[in-house]
Ligand binder design. Structure first.
Ligand code: IPM
Ligand code: MG
Length: 349
């Protein structure tokens, strides 16, 4: 049965890396996948007057899985917040109930030199960040107001309810159960009430997972531990804001932000798949972008939403062999173009 894939390339390097992933998917799966493309982000603002047009959301809803590029354009920063390109990805996550974001970070041995860490430290990274995507300060009440003293004040309310925390905690425990059976919950419970509830609920849920070892870490310490000894982590579960920050950090520990894929899943494993990197306007349109994060996101899509685990394994193995062959885009210290990297992966398939 043909599976329908919604392609949402977006802005900057998004279209280049999504085209690369499509090429790999077509090479591997042929007619088993049918692709349909829609505008999103600043590109959609230009074509349709809004970052997430109804037709795009509708296509995403109807598809079996969504492959997303990136959104963001410096020209968007001047727009009212509801028209900014970032609202597209936030809207997709919210409207589609994509609450669980899986961000695996592992170092390909050949890339040890590309890591910001010493190779002997970097080599040990093999972790998954499970980030909550539908709550936290991202979706709380926010605004600008004037204080009694007549000064401008910006505010964003941070909150989680216990059901949101329990749901993401379960994803964290399940992910850990399928790997090294260690879950580290990251919060700021020494200061934030939101985090205290988070910690209490994670401990409650842990009763159902006696086979998983649970630990807790404050987010500032976690940022330090990620560069001191990233090998100590198996699965991390954390809120939306902390997960956003820590996953960018983990990516550089693992070599390059151009390498990390992600899956954003709803309660039924329907998912949106995207590289964790942004639209990189500085290199957009120059054929220099590293397509591997998106190609690896496509592999996650095959595994989690389409039931094609063997095909996912083949893509991941082809990426490993391509890197072992020494093919490197600029972010990895080489000169290969997006097209050359993509062709090399297809060849290895
Ligand atoms: C990410 C991005 C987004 C986020 C932006 C583009 C809204 O940084 O997916 O990590 O903050 O979640
Ligand atoms: Mg981010």
């Amino acid at each position: 049965m043909t599976k329908r894939i919604a392609l949402l390339p977006g802005d900057g390097i998004g279209p280049e890396v999504v085209a690369a992933a499509r090429q790999v998917l077509e090479h591997l799966c042929g007619d088993a996948l049918a692709f349909e493309t829609a505008a999103v982000g600043y590109a959609a603002y230009e074509s349709d007057g809004e970052p997430l047009p109804a037709a795009t959301l509708d296509l995403a809803r109807r598809a079996d899985a969504i492959l997303f590029g990136a959104v963001g354009n410096p020209r968007g920063d001047a727009l009212a917040r509801n028209l900014r390109p970032e609202q597209a990805i936030l809207g997709l996550r919210k409207h589609l109930g994509l609450f669980a974001n899986l961000r695996p970070a592992k170092l390909y041995p050949e890339l040890a030199d590309a890591s910001a860490l010493r190779p002997d430290v970097a080599r040990r990274i093999d972790l998954v960040i499970v980030r909550e995507l539908n709550g936290d300060v991202y979706f709380g009440e926010k605004g600008m107001r004037t204080t009694a003293a007549g000064r401008r004040e910006g505010y964003d309310i941070m909150s989680y309810d216990e059901d949101q925390v329990a749901a993401i905690a379960r994803v964290g425990f399940e992910t850990a159960r399928a790997r090294g059976k260690r879950l580290c919950s990251i919060d700021k419970a020494n200061v934030l009430e939101t985090s205290q509830l988070w910690r209490d609920v994670v401990i409650e849920v842990s009763a159902d997972y006696p086979d998983v070892t649970l630990s807790h870490m404050l987010v500032d310490n976690a940022a330090m531990q990620l560069v001191r000894d990233p090998g100590q982590f198996d699965v991390i579960v954390t809120g939306n804001l902390f997960g956003d920050i820590l996953s960018d950090q983990a990516s550089m520990c693992a070599g390059s932000i151009g390498m990390l894929p992600s899956a954003s899943l709803d309660a039924d494993q329907k998912g949106l798949y995207e590289p964790i990197h942004g639209s990189a306007p500085d290199i957009a349109g120059r054929g220099k972008a590293n397509p591997l994060a998106t190609i690896l996101s496509a592999a996650m899509m095959l595994r989690y939403s389409l039931g094609l685990a063997a095909e996912a394994d083949r893509i991941e193995a082809a990426v490993a062999r391509t890197l072992a062959d020494g093919v490197r885009t600029a972010d990895l210290g080489g000169e290969a173009s997006t097209a050359e990297m993509t062709a090399a992966v297809c060849e290895q398939l």
